[in-house]
Design a protein around this ligand. Structure first.
Ligand SMILES: [Mg+2]
Length: 274
Protein backbone atom coordinates (compact mmCIF):
# COMPACT_ATOMS: atom_id res chain seq x y z
CA UNK A 1 0.00 0.00 0.00
CA UNK A 2 1.17 3.54 -0.66
CA UNK A 3 2.68 5.33 2.31
CA UNK A 4 0.87 8.64 2.89
CA UNK A 5 1.94 9.52 6.45
CA UNK A 6 5.25 9.52 8.32
CA UNK A 7 4.93 9.44 12.13
CA UNK A 8 8.03 10.64 13.93
CA UNK A 9 9.35 9.87 17.37
CA UNK A 10 11.08 12.78 19.13
CA UNK A 11 13.57 11.67 21.80
CA UNK A 12 16.54 9.66 20.59
CA UNK A 13 15.33 10.04 17.00
CA UNK A 14 15.09 13.79 16.22
CA UNK A 15 16.68 15.26 19.33
CA UNK A 16 18.70 14.01 22.29
CA UNK A 17 15.87 14.11 24.84
CA UNK A 18 13.26 16.51 26.19
CA UNK A 19 15.71 17.81 28.82
CA UNK A 20 18.82 18.71 26.84
CA UNK A 21 16.90 19.09 23.53
CA UNK A 22 19.98 18.81 21.34
CA UNK A 23 18.83 18.72 17.70
CA UNK A 24 20.22 15.84 15.71
CA UNK A 25 22.53 16.90 12.87
CA UNK A 26 20.61 17.33 9.62
CA UNK A 27 17.25 17.68 11.40
CA UNK A 28 15.88 20.45 9.22
CA UNK A 29 16.77 18.75 5.96
CA UNK A 30 15.38 15.46 7.24
CA UNK A 31 12.03 17.00 8.14
CA UNK A 32 11.82 18.82 4.82
CA UNK A 33 12.58 15.60 2.94
CA UNK A 34 9.90 13.66 4.83
CA UNK A 35 7.40 16.40 4.03
CA UNK A 36 8.38 16.49 0.35
CA UNK A 37 8.09 12.71 0.20
CA UNK A 38 4.62 12.12 1.66
CA UNK A 39 3.10 15.52 2.41
CA UNK A 40 1.79 14.53 5.85
CA UNK A 41 4.25 14.25 8.73
CA UNK A 42 2.95 13.76 12.27
CA UNK A 43 4.50 13.69 15.73
CA UNK A 44 4.13 10.50 17.76
CA UNK A 45 6.05 10.90 20.99
CA UNK A 46 5.83 9.99 24.66
CA UNK A 47 6.54 13.65 25.47
CA UNK A 48 3.25 15.37 26.31
CA UNK A 49 1.89 17.89 23.83
CA UNK A 50 2.46 21.20 25.72
CA UNK A 51 6.05 20.23 26.36
CA UNK A 52 6.56 19.04 22.79
CA UNK A 53 5.17 22.35 21.46
CA UNK A 54 7.67 24.31 23.53
CA UNK A 55 10.55 22.20 22.22
CA UNK A 56 9.29 22.44 18.64
CA UNK A 57 8.90 26.23 18.82
CA UNK A 58 12.43 26.56 20.10
CA UNK A 59 13.80 24.38 17.28
CA UNK A 60 11.94 26.49 14.72
CA UNK A 61 13.21 29.69 16.33
CA UNK A 62 16.77 28.39 16.12
CA UNK A 63 16.11 27.44 12.49
CA UNK A 64 16.89 23.80 13.27
CA UNK A 65 13.44 22.81 12.04
CA UNK A 66 11.17 24.15 9.27
CA UNK A 67 8.43 26.57 10.35
CA UNK A 68 5.61 23.99 10.01
CA UNK A 69 7.22 21.81 12.68
CA UNK A 70 5.85 24.07 15.44
CA UNK A 71 2.28 23.31 14.29
CA UNK A 72 2.82 19.69 13.31
CA UNK A 73 -0.09 17.32 13.89
CA UNK A 74 0.33 15.65 17.28
CA UNK A 75 -0.91 12.08 17.76
CA UNK A 76 -1.92 11.29 21.33
CA UNK A 77 -1.03 7.81 22.51
CA UNK A 78 -3.57 5.37 23.82
CA UNK A 79 -1.74 2.58 25.63
CA UNK A 80 1.88 1.53 25.79
CA UNK A 81 2.60 1.41 22.06
CA UNK A 82 2.39 3.89 19.20
CA UNK A 83 -0.54 2.44 17.31
CA UNK A 84 -0.57 3.86 13.78
CA UNK A 85 -4.33 3.23 13.60
CA UNK A 86 -4.70 6.28 15.91
CA UNK A 87 -3.71 8.60 13.07
CA UNK A 88 -6.94 10.18 11.78
CA UNK A 89 -8.06 9.38 8.25
CA UNK A 90 -5.23 6.96 7.63
CA UNK A 91 -4.98 3.19 7.59
CA UNK A 92 -2.14 1.81 9.72
CA UNK A 93 -0.66 0.27 6.54
CA UNK A 94 -0.47 3.72 4.96
CA UNK A 95 1.80 5.07 7.70
CA UNK A 96 5.39 4.57 8.81
CA UNK A 97 6.58 4.89 12.39
CA UNK A 98 10.11 6.30 12.63
CA UNK A 99 11.35 5.42 16.11
CA UNK A 100 14.61 4.37 17.73
CA UNK A 101 12.91 2.09 20.24
CA UNK A 102 11.23 -1.21 19.36
CA UNK A 103 9.10 -1.28 22.51
CA UNK A 104 6.74 1.34 21.02
CA UNK A 105 6.01 -0.60 17.84
CA UNK A 106 2.39 -1.76 17.96
CA UNK A 107 1.93 -5.53 17.59
CA UNK A 108 1.29 -6.39 13.95
CA UNK A 109 2.81 -3.12 12.69
CA UNK A 110 6.44 -4.29 12.58
CA UNK A 111 6.54 -3.87 8.80
CA UNK A 112 5.60 -0.19 9.21
CA UNK A 113 8.50 0.50 11.52
CA UNK A 114 11.66 2.33 10.46
CA UNK A 115 14.28 1.85 13.12
CA UNK A 116 16.17 5.11 13.48
CA UNK A 117 19.66 4.61 14.90
CA UNK A 118 19.60 5.85 18.50
CA UNK A 119 20.97 9.39 18.88
CA UNK A 120 23.21 8.83 21.86
CA UNK A 121 25.53 10.85 24.10
CA UNK A 122 27.91 12.55 23.45
CA UNK A 123 25.67 13.55 20.49
CA UNK A 124 28.43 13.87 17.87
CA UNK A 125 28.16 16.72 15.38
CA UNK A 126 28.92 14.26 12.56
CA UNK A 127 26.09 11.89 13.52
CA UNK A 128 24.69 10.33 10.31
CA UNK A 129 21.56 8.80 11.83
CA UNK A 130 19.00 10.96 10.05
CA UNK A 131 20.62 10.38 6.65
CA UNK A 132 20.54 6.61 7.27
CA UNK A 133 16.94 6.86 8.43
CA UNK A 134 15.93 8.88 5.37
CA UNK A 135 17.40 6.26 3.05
CA UNK A 136 15.42 3.55 4.86
CA UNK A 137 12.27 5.65 4.40
CA UNK A 138 13.06 6.05 0.68
CA UNK A 139 13.39 2.24 0.38
CA UNK A 140 9.93 1.77 1.87
CA UNK A 141 8.09 4.60 0.17
CA UNK A 142 9.47 5.04 -3.32
CA UNK A 143 9.59 1.60 -4.98
CA UNK A 144 5.78 1.26 -4.84
CA UNK A 145 5.34 4.47 -6.83
CA UNK A 146 5.36 4.91 -10.62
CA UNK A 147 8.93 4.60 -11.94
CA UNK A 148 9.75 3.70 -8.32
CA UNK A 149 13.32 2.52 -8.95
CA UNK A 150 14.08 5.74 -10.82
CA UNK A 151 12.65 7.80 -7.97
CA UNK A 152 14.59 5.76 -5.41
CA UNK A 153 17.93 5.97 -7.24
CA UNK A 154 17.49 9.72 -7.78
CA UNK A 155 16.57 10.38 -4.13
CA UNK A 156 19.58 8.38 -2.94
CA UNK A 157 21.97 10.16 -5.30
CA UNK A 158 20.58 13.50 -4.13
CA UNK A 159 20.12 12.71 -0.45
CA UNK A 160 22.81 15.19 0.50
CA UNK A 161 20.64 17.95 -0.98
CA UNK A 162 17.26 16.50 -0.06
CA UNK A 163 16.05 16.51 -3.67
CA UNK A 164 13.06 14.31 -4.45
CA UNK A 165 11.30 14.18 -7.81
CA UNK A 166 7.87 15.83 -7.56
CA UNK A 167 5.23 13.10 -7.70
CA UNK A 168 3.09 14.91 -10.27
CA UNK A 169 6.01 15.35 -12.63
CA UNK A 170 6.77 11.64 -12.45
CA UNK A 171 3.13 10.66 -12.94
CA UNK A 172 2.88 12.88 -16.02
CA UNK A 173 6.49 12.29 -17.18
CA UNK A 174 6.82 16.07 -17.12
CA UNK A 175 10.19 17.81 -17.27
CA UNK A 176 11.08 20.21 -14.50
CA UNK A 177 13.65 21.75 -12.23
CA UNK A 178 14.35 21.45 -8.53
CA UNK A 179 15.84 24.46 -6.79
CA UNK A 180 16.48 28.02 -7.84
CA UNK A 181 19.52 28.62 -10.09
CA UNK A 182 19.86 32.13 -8.60
CA UNK A 183 20.36 30.64 -5.15
CA UNK A 184 23.54 29.33 -3.63
CA UNK A 185 27.18 30.22 -4.07
CA UNK A 186 28.43 27.59 -6.45
CA UNK A 187 25.31 26.03 -7.80
CA UNK A 188 26.24 22.67 -6.28
CA UNK A 189 23.02 20.78 -5.90
CA UNK A 190 21.08 24.04 -5.83
CA UNK A 191 19.43 23.32 -9.12
CA UNK A 192 18.79 20.08 -10.92
CA UNK A 193 16.99 19.86 -14.26
CA UNK A 194 15.32 16.68 -15.38
CA UNK A 195 13.27 15.16 -18.14
CA UNK A 196 11.74 11.79 -18.90
CA UNK A 197 12.25 9.74 -22.02
CA UNK A 198 11.94 6.33 -23.53
CA UNK A 199 14.07 4.21 -25.83
CA UNK A 200 14.24 0.53 -26.80
CA UNK A 201 15.42 -0.32 -23.26
CA UNK A 202 12.42 1.33 -21.62
CA UNK A 203 11.73 4.52 -19.75
CA UNK A 204 14.42 6.68 -18.21
CA UNK A 205 15.08 9.92 -16.37
CA UNK A 206 17.84 12.28 -17.54
CA UNK A 207 19.02 14.88 -15.07
CA UNK A 208 21.51 17.69 -15.04
CA UNK A 209 23.02 19.19 -11.90
CA UNK A 210 24.99 22.42 -12.03
CA UNK A 211 28.33 22.84 -10.31
CA UNK A 212 30.51 25.76 -11.29
CA UNK A 213 33.60 24.42 -9.55
CA UNK A 214 33.76 20.66 -9.86
CA UNK A 215 31.85 20.54 -13.14
CA UNK A 216 28.25 19.65 -13.85
CA UNK A 217 26.72 16.21 -13.49
CA UNK A 218 24.66 14.77 -16.32
CA UNK A 219 23.21 11.32 -15.97
CA UNK A 220 20.52 8.84 -16.87
CA UNK A 221 18.62 6.59 -14.48
CA UNK A 222 16.78 3.67 -16.07
CA UNK A 223 13.61 1.92 -14.92
CA UNK A 224 15.61 -0.72 -13.03
CA UNK A 225 17.42 2.03 -11.11
CA UNK A 226 20.74 1.65 -12.94
CA UNK A 227 22.75 4.78 -13.61
CA UNK A 228 24.92 5.89 -16.48
CA UNK A 229 26.91 9.11 -16.66
CA UNK A 230 26.36 11.27 -19.75
CA UNK A 231 28.57 13.91 -21.37
CA UNK A 232 29.26 17.28 -19.81
CA UNK A 233 31.49 20.13 -20.92
CA UNK A 234 34.70 19.90 -18.94
CA UNK A 235 35.32 22.86 -16.62
CA UNK A 236 39.07 22.41 -17.12
CA UNK A 237 39.36 23.42 -20.77
CA UNK A 238 41.47 21.74 -23.46
CA UNK A 239 44.64 19.77 -22.86
CA UNK A 240 47.52 22.08 -23.80
CA UNK A 241 50.81 21.40 -25.58
CA UNK A 242 54.04 23.41 -25.78
CA UNK A 243 54.20 22.58 -29.50
CA UNK A 244 52.14 25.33 -31.20
CA UNK A 245 50.91 23.07 -33.99
CA UNK A 246 49.90 20.32 -31.59
CA UNK A 247 48.32 22.93 -29.30
CA UNK A 248 46.19 24.30 -32.13
CA UNK A 249 45.11 20.79 -33.05
CA UNK A 250 44.13 20.01 -29.41
CA UNK A 251 42.20 23.24 -29.10
CA UNK A 252 40.29 22.64 -32.30
CA UNK A 253 39.48 19.10 -31.18
CA UNK A 254 38.29 20.39 -27.80
CA UNK A 255 36.16 23.07 -29.42
CA UNK A 256 34.47 20.52 -31.65
CA UNK A 257 33.73 18.36 -28.62
CA UNK A 258 32.39 21.34 -26.66
CA UNK A 259 30.14 22.28 -29.58
CA UNK A 260 28.84 18.73 -29.87
CA UNK A 261 27.98 18.51 -26.17
CA UNK A 262 26.56 22.02 -26.06
CA UNK A 263 24.12 21.37 -28.88
CA UNK A 264 23.07 18.08 -27.26
CA UNK A 265 22.43 19.87 -23.94
CA UNK A 266 20.57 22.69 -25.69
CA UNK A 267 18.36 20.14 -27.42
CA UNK A 268 17.50 18.73 -24.01
CA UNK A 269 17.00 22.16 -22.45
CA UNK A 270 19.78 21.63 -19.91
CA UNK A 271 21.86 24.76 -19.16
CA UNK A 272 25.59 24.12 -18.86
CA UNK A 273 27.76 26.15 -16.46
CA UNK A 274 30.42 26.22 -19.20
MG1 LIG B 1 12.81 7.57 21.11
Amino acid sequence: MNIRVIALDLEGTLISNAHSQIPRPGLRRFLESCKALVGRVVMFTTVDEPRFRRIASQLVKERRAPHWFAEIEYIARDGETKNLALIPECQAEEALLVDDYEIYVHPGQEAQWIKAPYFDAPYPADDKGLGITLNMIFEKVLPTRPLGQIQLAFAKMMDHFGHILPEDDVAQRRRGRIGDPEDGDYGYGDSVYYLFGQDDRGEYLDFYMLHRIAGDTHGRIREDGSYEGLDVISPFGPVRSSDPEEDARLRAKDQAEVNRIRSMLEAKGFPSCY
